[in-house]
Ligand binder design. Structure first.
Ligand SMILES: [Zn+2]
Length: 121
């Protein structure tokens, strides 16, 4: 189980570095989540992550915490727009297809090669 007991005795959520939280985004962003977790533990040790996912190409970490924690949430959302979600290399936000995503050049090429097959018939 990844739920944690938070002050007040309520079992809810967990931290962004829990494996279940990381499962919501590609491996390239996992180091970013570890870093975010470290800074959240300094800013707000009791923080709770409700959800971690990719939305419109950038990282969304929905957490409950103090003002400093919410500032970190926004800071890492912005940071994720320059880190490849697939491999962690330097990347950029792309809208090559209807799915907006942040990839580096090689990952983008691989993605498009897999996706854009020649039309037949
Ligand atoms: Zn990549």
């Amino acid at each position: 189980m990844n739920a944690r007991q938070i002050p007040g005795g309520v079992w809810e959520g967990g931290h962004v570095n829990d494996e279940v939280r990381k499962a919501g985004v590609g491996r390239g962003w996992h180091p970013l989540l570890d870093e975010l977790h470290g800074r959240l533990m300094e800013a707000c040790p009791d923080y709770v992550a409700h959800q971690v996912k990719e939305k419109f190409g950038t990282l969304r970490a929905y957490i409950r915490g103090n003002a400093a924690a919410y500032a970190l949430e926004r800071e890492y959302e912005a940071k994720s727009a320059s880190i490849c979600e697939s491999c962690g290399a330097l990347g950029r936000l792309r809208s090559s297809t209807s799915w907006r995503h942040t990839y580096c050049d090689p990952c983008e090429e691989g993605y498009l090669a897999r996706r854009c097959r020649p039309e037949t018939g």
